[in-house]
Write a protein that binds this ligand. Structure first.
Ligand SMILES: [Zn+2]
Length: 333
């Protein structure tokens, strides 16, 4: 018998882990940050860089008898701005250490240059996959307008994959599980079977495996969905009882949820394979065939989803990329 999400929250709270729900300006709604009442007093993620988020964080910490100044450690789960925009401000106020995956530290430190490079990368990828120039320009300005909710992060405590972060009452094992983003990091309390998973696993929405620049700064793109599926399979093997996600309620049956996700990706892959068998298509044409107008308004998201699946098909030898020098079309082998 698995717990209900409410019972999972209660059980996590008994283990000293409390969910704080911080507002964001994004469609995803509030972001979950987790306060760990232990030594050091720890906050996992902070929410975006806004006065509203800072106010709420202060209020919700206050409800538990703490203030921002009391925090001793901030843990960053991944590179997305809804999770880390406030880290620098909170660290400055509190003097807390900032722990994050070491291989992501340079990216986190160079937020502005990095966001600009991300935008250029996204525009190039969209143009190569047949998305019209005016759509890419519009998305680029949307992305610029969001940048203020982010911030650079100075990591003072770089973590290695597998490293255990020691507390008075627990140890949390650092697990690098990329896919949703290249820096996705999980924190595992094995004796309590509690996994802090951020956006690696979300209860109601499938995590988008966004095509990204690799953490090592090389110019090739990630095979985000291929990587994400590998990461999910590893998580599936874990004896977790409670998975604490970055948005929404706890996941209490992660095996069933992961199986559901894997089946969905399998179906979508076959659907895309059929569309390509009808005739060669660009990533944009595939996205339009599946999502219609959403492929325009959410062009990067839907393109990431399409390319994730064509990567699977290319790796299986069923589809290949035909590059005419301007755009890439996918065709059957
Ligand atoms: Zn995210």
């Amino acid at each position: 018998m698995s717990l209900t999400p409410e019972q999972a929250l209660e059980q996590a709270a008994l283990a000293g882990i409390h969910r704080l729900q911080i507002p964001t300006p994004f469609a995803v709604g509030r972001v979950n940050c987790y306060l760990i009442e232990d030594e050091p007093l720890t906050l996992v993620d902070t929410g975006p860089n806004s006065g509203k988020a800072l106010d709420e964080l202060g209020t919700q910490l206050g409800q538990r008898g703490h203030s921002i100044d009391d925090l001793e450690l901030i843990v960053v789960t991944h590179q997305h701005i809804d999770h880390l925009g406030l880290v620098e401000i909170v660290a400055e106020h509190s003097g807390a250490e900032v722990a994050a995956l070491g291989v992501a530290a340079e990216r986190l430190a160079n937020f502005d240059a990095d966001a600009e490079a991300d935008d250029r990368f996204a525009v190039e990828l969209m143009l190569r996959n047949g998305i019209p120039e005016e759509v890419t320009a519009a998305l680029r300005s949307v992305s610029r307008s969001f940048r203020g909710w982010g911030s650079h992060v100075a990591v003072t405590r770089p973590l290695a994959d597998g490293e255990v972060v020691e507390f008075r009452d627990r140890g949390l094992e650092t697990l690098h599980r990329p896919g949703h983003s290249p820096s996705d990091t999980l924190f595992w309390d094995e004796p309590r079977r509690i996994l802090i998973a951020a956006d690696h696993l979300l209860p109601h929405i499938s995590s988008n495996p966004l095509i990204s620049r690799p953490l090592d700064g090389s110019s090739r793109r990630t095979q985000a969905l291929v990587t994400y599926i590998e990461s999910m399979r590893r998580t599936r093997e874990m004896p977790a009882e409670i998975v604490l996600p970055g948005h929404g309620d706890p996941v209490v049956d992660h095996v069933a949820l992961i199986d559901e996700r894997l089946i969905k990706h399998e179906r979508r892959k076959e659907k895309i394979c059929k569309l390509i068998a009808e005739r060669p298509r660009t990533g944009y044409e595939l996205a339009q065939a599946i999502w219609g107008n959403v492929a325009v308004t959410q062009a990067f998201l839907t393109l990431s989803e399409v390319i994730g699946h064509t990567d699977l098909l290319v790796n299986e030898g069923r589809v290949r990329e035909a590059d005419d020098g301007t755009v890439i079309r996918y065709e059957s082998v």
